[in-house]
Unconditional design. Sequence first.
Length: 170
Amino acid sequence: MTLHVGGPVPHVRHIDADPAWLARQLAQAEWRSASTGGSNCAEVALLPRDITALRDSVNPDRTPLIMSDIGFGQFSEAVATNLFKRPLHLDADPVTAVGKNTLSTEWLTAQLGVSPWWFGGPESIGVASLPRAVTAFCSPVGQERRFLIFAHSEISDFFAGIRCGLFRRP
């Protein structure tokens, strides 16, 4: 099932985790990356209580996106079926993993507001393809809206890792 922001919101199971407990889990988490060209990548941590966290290795101090394992499964299935395939016309003048941090807040805010958001399911994080080969992730529907911004080089390795099962729970 895919959802486009603005459509009906199905029942979404909220993650029931005390903020202090969640902060401890994130501080102790084992973060996994699929990066093949360095340390710039999206990272995943599989937490207790069937919770999955996603963060940016270039900006590990930023709040990660949190979803249920079901939501990460929905996201992973959407990746595997190419739901989030980037339109090629958005890849001109690409930014690097470090260069994404120099994009202006005004530009990012404008792009996040006009770009279509796609979700792999009701508990999945959302994905938007922005110009300059930038991909944005947002928190699942029903959560406080948070964003992570990635360069295409970071996302291509991450999506390849998802496709080969790198982030599955043991």
